[in-house]
Write a protein that binds this ligand. Structure first.
Ligand code: SF4
Length: 609
């Protein structure tokens, strides 16, 4: 099938055997590529007893049918497995150039099986696919690893995805880092570390074959212009994803002081505008992206001095290492971002764990003695910088923090309602008290709390998708209008994860369908877009049911639902239990267990599972 390469590279690390497997077209027709293909493929290979950090947990890097084409934001890839942080569906979607390079090298995806005894890296071109010794890279940060591997293969244009010491040390929220971006969520870097794979280096030159290249390219060029007419994309280009920090602060959407405060005086100091006025060098673009929301920053002097130009922080990092610990120093945030990238940590999970430590220290639950002498005081970022290193190395208290916020809470006998996680994953930084739809995004997404699978914080700001029946409800709406919109948006973003497209890129759904038809020859109109999204979303739910997830996991801790006394969402909090019931009913999921009903599975062609 065109658009796809038709080949998956299968690497058995236990035997060091590398084979090429044909893409299963029967899966691709119903689930497309990316996370859709991965969840259907992995469903039969993993069960409740599979150890996420054992050799039996396959790690699947997958692209989509648009990856590597000139469609806007078509450089994306996804990495999927059973998550070591949550023990359920793990998925991390990433930009940069690595995904396109996988396609150029002749493959749709790379499946890592088993585990190597010695550190290795995987080198992939159109002609060569081999494992190479990585003993001399083990222990290095991601920046040095990138540099050395490009030197080793004598190709500065080779694309590298690697782990840092955090992945090697099996930190449960370790990320995988590419040149420009990181696959941060659900601990995929720890799985790579458990398999002793330090990196993958990919280089290819083969353009993606399309069924109708002329029409595809013409439409893609039009869409590059169209998406730049969207106001938020102009803002992202100018100010980055943290361009909206001021507005989020005003609306009560910015999480502050570990979710316990409604306003932050330092919001402007950490905003995208402030970054632009101080440390920004330029913006950066992922492959084929006209938006370029990425930041490149440089701090030339002082204690947060950087080694030249480095990747700048995104919104989630700004909130996590800024307002969540009352830090208004943008340079310290940039430094935290640099350290997380280099050591190999997800910035959302790590900053939540660290803000939780500040909170517990403030309450006297944890003392400096238990923190190896560190005294995390609100507003002081230096303790956070030290904790990042300790987590990555599992040094002292870092060994506890490396297990995630849930484990920290258990260790110090904290009430679960004070732990900002859902299904064991740390909650991202769009406060649901300001945007009620985020209650569904956090309580009932396949990978636990997730801002990407249902970005109602954007939709309720005035970004509806009428073609796929997604309205833009009032942000304090908790009626079925909101919960139905959440379910439909979840389906639509799940469809995105199969294509794969960046969720900041929002051409009309029918245009994406036409791109797919011109690329693959599959007839993909609005009904198919809706159906594929819903099928894949339910498939992920089935995966989680198989792993033992029940409706008991779909809960929100009080720390993120207690009404706050001040700010744009003062006194507000959704009745999330009522919303969840409405959501289950719309989805035709069993109201008690949260499992898709037989009727729904039959409707989606999943009844045999
Ligand atoms: S909008 Fe930003 S994250 Fe998305 S593809 Fe473009 S540069 Fe990458």
């Amino acid at each position: 099938m065109k658009g796809f390469r038709g080949k998956i590279l299968v690497v058995d690390l236990s035997t060091q055997n590398i084979t090429i497997e044909p893409l299963k077209e029967e899966i691709a027709k119903d689930f497309l590529g990316g996370a859709g293909y991965a969840v259907r493929y992995l469903y039969g290979l993993i069960d409740k007893d599979t150890d996420p950090l054992g050799p039996d947990n396959p790690l699947f890097f997958m692209t989509g049918p648009l990856t590597g084409t000139i469609a806007p934001t078509a450089g994306r890839w996804v990495v999927c497995a059973k998550s070591p942080l949550t023990n359920i569906w793990g998925e991390s979607n990433c930009g940069g150039f690595f995904g396109a390079e996988i396609k150029f090298s002749g493959f749709d995806g790379i499946l890592l099986l088993g585990a190597s005894e010695q550190p290795v890296y995987l080198y992939i071109t159109e002609k060569v696919q081999e494992l190479r010794d990585a003993t001399n890279l083990w222990g290095l940060g991601t920046y040095e690893t990138h540099k050395r591997l490009k030197e080793a293969v004598k190709d500065n244009l080779a694309r590298v995805a690697c782990i840092g010491p955090a992945g090697e040390n099996l930190v449960k929220y370790a990320h995988i880092c590419t040149d420009e971006r990181a696959a941060g969520r659900t601990g995929m870097g720890a799985i790579m570390g458990s398999k002793k794979v330090k990196a993958m280096v990919v280089r290819g030159k083969k353009q993606v074959d399309l069924v109708n290249p002329e029409q595809f390219n013409q439409l893609a060029r039009e869409l590059h212009k169209e998406v730049m007419e969207i106001f938020t994309n102009q803002m992202f280009q100018d100010l980055g994803t943290s361009g909206a920090v001021d507005m989020y602060n005003y609306r009560g959407e910015l999480p502050i002081k570990y979710w316990t405060q409604g306003e932050f005086d330092g919001a402007y100091s950490i905003s995208g505008a402030s970054m632009k006025e101080t440390i920004l060098v330029k913006n950066s673009h992922c492959f084929a992206c006209p938006i370029g929301c990425g930041r490149v920053v440089n701090i030339k002097e002082g204690k947060y001095k950087t080694p030249g130009n480095i990747k700048g922080p995104e919104y989630e990092t700004v909130a996590g290492y800024g307002s969540q610990i009352l830090n208004d120093n943008i340079e310290a945030i940039a430094k935290a971002n640099y350290l997380c990238n280099d050591w190999g940590l997800d910035t959302i999970s790590s900053s939540t764990v660290i803000a939780f430590v500040y909170y517990l220290f403030d309450k006297g639950v944890i003392t400096a003695k238990e923190l190896d002498g560190i005294t995390p005081q609100w507003g002081d970022p230096d303790a956070a910088l030290e904790l990042i290193r300790k987590i990555a190395l599992r040094e002292g208290i870092g060994d506890v923090l490396a297990e995630g916020a849930d484990a920290v809470g258990r260790k110090f006998h904290v009430d679960p309602d004070e732990i900002a996680t859902v299904a064991k994953i740390e909650i991202p930084y769009h406060d649901l008290r300001s945007t009620f739809g985020m209650a569904i995004a956090y309580a009932a997404s396949p990978r636990g709390a997730d801002h990407n699978s249902c970005d109602m914080y954007q939709t309720s700001l005035g970004q509806p998708f009428p073609e796929v029946d997604i309205v833009s409800p009032d942000h304090f709406d908790e009626s079925t209008e909101m919960t139905d919109a959440c379910a439909r948006l979840q389906d639509y973003r799940t469809f995105y994860s199969t294509v794969i497209m960046c969720l900041f890129c929002n051409p009309s759904p029918s245009s994406i369908g036409r791109l797919l038809t011109y690329a693959t020859g599959l007839e993909i109109g609005i009904p198919e877009i809706k159906k594929i999204g819903e099928r894949v979303l339910n498939m992920k739910r089935l995966f989680n049911v198989k792993m033992g997830r029940t409706s008991d996991w779909d809960r929100l801790p009080a720390i993120v639902t207690n009404p706050l006394p001040e700010g744009g969402a003062a006194g507000k909090s959704p009745d999330w239990k009522k919303m969840l019931k409405q959501f289950y009913a719309f989805r035709k999921w069993d109201l008690k267990t949260g499992t898709p009903t037989k009727e729904k599975l039959e409707e989606l062609g999943l009844h045999s599972l």
